[in-house]
Design a protein around this ligand. Structure first.
Ligand code: AMP
Ligand code: MG
Length: 330
């Protein structure tokens, strides 16, 4: 029997977005919008609410603009055009920047992170009403031509080695958009803000002179926080097998696909990464999840200025050395 389970988005956001402590008297301006298929919340503190509101409007507009470039669903997006292209194609500076960062993570993760899995992602079609496990033959066909060498990037010139390669930036684009939203807020003079795109979070400055306290979603208890962490001026991104999945014959099939097998990666329930940039944290969380607990944690340890933790499939917590003792567990 096929059972499709999706956590209500609102519950996830609520859990991820716990502000502990007293509500300040000069409250923040908080707004939400649906961007990149995700409910995005921007919260900003400052003396002039009108100015904050205008800055938030600009930040959402920037995220919506980037969605037009990066989406695998919008027919006119640059990524769709690149997927359809043969030969060398010139891309925007934003797409080039994102592809270069993604390629770096692809190499550092020995190909576990792969932006060329568009055919495989479409085959599993986790977003559909009744997803099914594809046949081995279909999976083999969808994997053909993928791998870290499948894209050549030279400045803004991009070439796919295999013309049939289809790009999917689902593992990194949201983080990139969060970074850009924060850049827009900063340019508008905002000193204290948090942008949360469905669990991809970046913090600008502090919160009323204190660290922000971020709640991390429990991978097996919907709407419950597993741990909190106090941070400022950092990004926190979680990849989990609970975000999008279905169950068949007692097995969970989720959206984090292992390019080595073509099947959902096994071994982790979730991976949380803390880094300066949300785009890097986003790509690394996906990469570490796909690598599995030990190799995933080792990847996070190898990266400079990156911390994180893994929840294994049997609920164990593996924490990078630099983060040890800084998490409050529930
Ligand atoms: P995230 O929620 O950031 O971990 O990204 C998950 C999304 O990334 C999926 O829904 C796919 O669109 C895409 N994806 C799945 N597997 C991979 C992979 N191995 N490398 C890169 N992107 C992936
Ligand atoms: Mg990711």
């Amino acid at each position: 029997m096929l059972r499709r389970t999706l956590l209500p988005l609102a519950a996830v956001l609520l859990a991820l977005w716990l502000w502990l402590g007293a509500t300040p008297s000069d409250g923040p301006v908080v707004r939400t919008a649906l961007v990149m298929g995700t409910l995005v919340e921007i919260k900003a503190y400052g003396a002039d609410p009108n100015r904050l509101d205008t800055a938030i409007t600009e930040a959402f507009a920037e995220m919506a603009r980037l969605e037009q470039l990066f989406s695998a669903h919008l027919e006119q997006s640059e990524i769709r055009q690149l997927s359809a292209a043969r030969g060398v194609r010139t891309v925007s500076s934003e797409v080039a920047e994102l592809l270069i960062l993604g390629q770096m993570v692809a190499r550092r993760s020995q190909g576990a992170f792969d932006m060329g899995l568009g055919r495989l992602v479409a085959l599993w079609d986790l977003q559909s009403e009744s997803p099914k496990v594809p046949s081995g033959e279909q999976i083999g066909a969808a994997l053909r031509g993928t791998g870290p060498e499948s894209l050549t990037i030279n400045g803004q010139q991009v070439k796919k080695t295999d013309p049939a390669l289809q790009l999917d930036l689902g593992g990194i684009a949201k983080g990139y958009a969060v970074d850009r939203a924060v850049a827009v807020l900063r340019q508008a003079g905002v000193k204290s803000a948090a942008v949360n795109a469905g669990g991809d979070i970046r913090l600008l400055g502090d919160r009323l002179g204190e660290d922000w306290r971020i709640g991390i979603q429990h991978p097996r208890k919907a709407g419950e926080v597993m741990a909190t962490i106090a941070l400022r001026d950092r990004s926190v991104v979680t990849s989990g097998d609970y975000e999008r999945f279905f169950e068949q014959d007692g097995r969970r099939y989720h959206h984090l696909l292992d390019p080595r097998t073509g099947y959902p990666a096994r071994g982790c329930q979730s991976v949380t990464v803390i880094a300066g940039d949300a785009a890097l944290a986003d790509a690394l969380a996906t990469a570490a999840f796909v690598l599995g607990p030990r190799a995933g944690l080792a990847l996070l340890e190898r990266m400079t200025d990156v911390e994180g933790f893994v929840i294994t499939d049997d609920g164990q917590r593996l924490v990078t050395t630099g983060l040890d003792g800084q998490l409050q567990w529930f």
